[in-house]
Ligand binder design. Structure first.
Ligand SMILES: *Cc1c(COP(=O)(O)O)cnc(C)c1O
Length: 484
């Protein structure tokens, strides 16, 4: 057993660190060892418990109601509000869209109105549930355009979406106006507070200016809040809240149409581990309201110092003053974001590249954690060094030939040959350990991503999607044992 665990630890050493405040996307670090320990122990204690049936595992129902109750207090929920713990932000978003669709069975081709900055989870929901997206460009301050969104609501609209805040730019949409416009047409309004929901309420208490986005805003019908982001819990928990039980009802699924137990589910999963829920409960109990207040003070101090420090680097600018704990930064033409991301990675910091989209250039995303506060000066020093190195080599250039090659490809039917050609043309071919159809190989992950990211950046969004799907396909190949 110790041997297997040692092998696990050895493999994990190649992953991004989840503690230490140096990973500024994907993971959220409270910096509180006690909270981490309690979370890990709770996951282990409940790993085998099944959330399928709350009557068989009543402790899970108790923990869920506790967590939803805690969230209700934070988001000014009326006494009628109800909620469900889900596996993550995407599941909360999927269920909000599914419930909105199924609450309107008479609308044959339902639509949802999204600001262009809405999370990709809404596009996934569209893909899964056949709810057409009406994507409305945001204004020059990266916030939803109220007039254009209002004008986009029609008889087929089942949902209007706002973010608090948006992932890519970290700003809160004008929720009051959007919710009022939805309400006036009898349409649901979902506020995606997956990333802001557990930190903005504390920002408001700290006296920071926060655009209203909670159930205190009339017309807001549902809110998603992730626990595995700023509640600093282990991965696998989010909460979807509805203003009242009637709004939630279409989210529930029951089937007695088979010979087994009557299936009764509040979420997309049926059998589900009790681990993430128990861990979330344990971490929230451990940190508590005062603890979150203090973590929020830390994270916002880090954000404010980072913004000042970034603006002191001449080649960088903060894209928009952040409303929450996310920072998007852009570069001058002297360097490029992708090279900076690679340089930061080489120095032990993970910052996330974001491709150019619509009118916005490629940027670097930072999800700041409370644990980052202790390292702000180190981070800024590393960033300044990364910028210098990126200026030194100059912006990454995508070969004219590759640009032409990509432009000539049809994303609708990207063949294996096209993909191989692209890898060859991009100079990535040396990264190919083996060809896809020879069985064992697939691709190795490249050390430096700037060239790949720059290539993806010049591709149209549909082409990016097709290329990345082909890439993922090549990465995901079974390691066969040859035993049978
Ligand atoms: C993270 C996030 C999501 C999706 O959540 P996952 O937990 O990654 O599935 C949705 N919306 C916003 C704004 C987010 O930041």
């Amino acid at each position: 057993m110790t041997d297997v665990l040692a092998r696990l630890r050895a493999m994990q050493a190649g992953d991004l660190p989840v503690h230490g405040g140096r990973t500024l996307a994907y993971v959220y670090d409270s910096g509180l060892p006690e909270a981490d320990e309690v979370g890990r122990s709770a996951v282990a204690a409940y790993a085998g418990s099944n959330g399928l049936d709350p009557t068989a595992f009543p402790s899970l129902l108790t923990m869920e109601n506790d967590l939803v109750g805690f969230a209700c207090e934070m988001v000014d929920a009326p006494t009628t509000a109800v909620g469900t713990v889900t596996s993550g932000g995407t599941e909360s978003v999927l269920l909000a869209v599914q419930a909105a669709r199924d609450a309107n069975p008479s609308i044959e081709r339902p639509r949802m109105v999204l600001p262009s900055t809405a999370h990709a989870a809404f596009h996934k929901a569209s893909h899964y549930f056949g709810v057409e997206t009406v994507v409305v460009p945001v204004t020059s301050d990266f916030r939803a355009d109220v007039a254009a969104m209002t004008a986009a609501i029609d008889d087929r609209t089942v949902l209007v979406v706002a973010s608090a805040p948006s992932y890519a730019h970290g700003v809160v949409d004008p929720v009051t106006e959007l919710a009022a416009a939805a309400d006036a047409r009898g349409v649901r309004c979902h506020v995606d507070a997956c990333i802001g929901g557990w930190v903005l309420p504390y920002a408001a208490r700290l006296g920071r200016e926060v655009t209203p986005w909670t159930f205190a805003v009339e017309g807001v019908t549902s809110i998603s809040v992730d626990l595995h982001k700023y509640a600093y819990t282990p991965k696998g928990t989010s909460i979807l809240l509805h203003r009242n039980p009637a709004l939630r009802k279409p989210q529930f699924f029951a089937s007695a149409d088979w010979p087994g137990y009557t299936m009764l589910n509040a979420t997309m999963q049926s059998t589900k581990s009790g681990g993430p829920l128990a861990a979330a409960w344990a971490v929230v109990q451990t940190i508590g309201d005062d603890g979150y207040q203090s973590l929020a003070r830390d994270v916002f101090e880090a954000v404010d110092r980072l913004v000042l420090g970034i603006e002191a680097i001449p080649e960088l600018r903060v894209v928009v003053r952040p409303d929450s704990t996310l920072i998007a930064l852009a570069t001058s033409s002297a360097c490029d974001p992708f090279t900076i991301c690679d340089e930061m990675a080489a120095a032990g910091w993970y910052v996330q590249p974001q491709m150019a989209y619509a009118d916005s250039p490629a940027t670097i995303h930072l999800s700041v954690s409370a644990a980052t506060l202790a390292h702000v000066d180190d981070f800024l020093a590393a960033l300044a060094a990364a910028v210098s190195a990126a200026v030194e080599v100059g912006p990454v250039v995508v070969d004219e030939e590759v640009v032409a090659f990509i432009a000539a490809l049809d994303p609708a039917d990207l063949t294996d040959e096209d993909f191989d050609g692209l890898l060859a043309a991009s100079g990535l071919v040396s990264e190919v350990e083996d060809t896809a159809d020879s069985g064992s190989g697939g691709l190795a992950l490249p050390e430096r991503m700037a060239q790949v990211n720059a290539m993806l950046d010049v591709a149209a969004p549909e082409m990016r999607e097709a290329l990345l799907v082909a890439f993922l396909d090549r990465l995901s190949r079974p390691a066969r044992t040859g035993n049978h």
